[in-house]
Design a protein around this ligand. Structure first.
Ligand code: ADP
Ligand code: MG
Length: 222
């Protein structure tokens, strides 16, 4: 059971709505947090520490969402990115997982660079690799492929993880969609937004119990 997916348009509508809602909620929460701080100095109660900490969590989530939904694209200049070098560096960040996950890279056309917003693109690839590691329970394999074809670069990230069922695949990229206990559901939102903003495409191929491939295509020029 394989399924392809591309839904950046749907996302931008959801992004608009959630950004508006996030602002509306973040402002009063920030105000409440200020008053809790004041209360703590005047009438200290240990529960106030819990209230304060939970407010911090909620505010951090909203800040994260606002960053993801409305990335500061104007401020980050487009630069030349040598993806092979960057992907190698990125994978090394997951070294503590190498004892259980066998990581393989297949890089063709290693000299090829693309033009893009480096921080946003690397964050997107980081989010995909992180999900791949998280999808693998126990032992497994991660394959990162990178090649060039018809004036576009491709990055494919394949894992032998739990896979994604048909009914969930349509939800990928929707803000807050997560099947993880500690998940934020914002990683793929950042990925879809960033790839869309670079005029690229994303394809997902997944089979439950077998694994998942995220195939990213980015035009070289931009
Ligand atoms: P989070 O990782 O916080 O849950 P993401 O937006 O990164 O949020 O991912 C959303 C959901 O998509 C995950 O909770 C998971 O169900 C699914 N998913 C994403 N990548 C993979 C993958 N490589 N294998 C299996 N499921 C995945
Ligand atoms: Mg994630």
């Amino acid at each position: 059971a394989e399924k392809k997916l591309y839904h950046a348009e749907k996302l931008s509508a959801i992004g608009e709505i959630s950004t508006g809602v996030a602002h509306e909620i973040k402002n009063p929460l920030t105000a409440v947090k200020g008053f809790v701080q004041l209360l703590k100095t005047e009438h200290y109660h240990p529960y106030l520490d819990i209230v304060s900490k939970e407010l911090d969590n909620a505010i951090a989530t909203l800040t994260n969402l606002l960053q993801v939904a409305k990335p500061d694209l104007e401020n980050e200049p487009s630069v030349s990115i040598h993806l092979t070098t960057e992907l190698e560096a990125l994978l090394s960040l997951f070294q503590d997982q190498f004892y259980r996950v066998k990581v393989e890279t297949r890089f063709y056309h290693e000299e090829q660079s693309i033009i893009g917003k480096k921080n946003l693109l690397l964050k997107a690839f980081f989010n995909l690799v992180k999900n791949a590691f998280e999808a693998i329970e126990g032992d497994g394999q991660l394959l990162v492929e990178h090649f060039y074809k018809e004036n576009a670069v491709y990055v494919k990230i394949s894992d032998t993880g739990v896979g994604i069922s048909q009914d969930k695949i349509k939800n990928l990229g929707t803000p807050f969609f997560s099947t993880k206990a500690e998940g934020t559901g914002m990683g793929l939102t950042q990925v879809y937004n960033t790839i869309h903003n670079h005029n690229g495409t994303i394809e997902v191929l997944s089979e439950v119990g077998k694994g998942t491939t995220f195939a990213i295509q980015l035009p070289c020029g931009n």
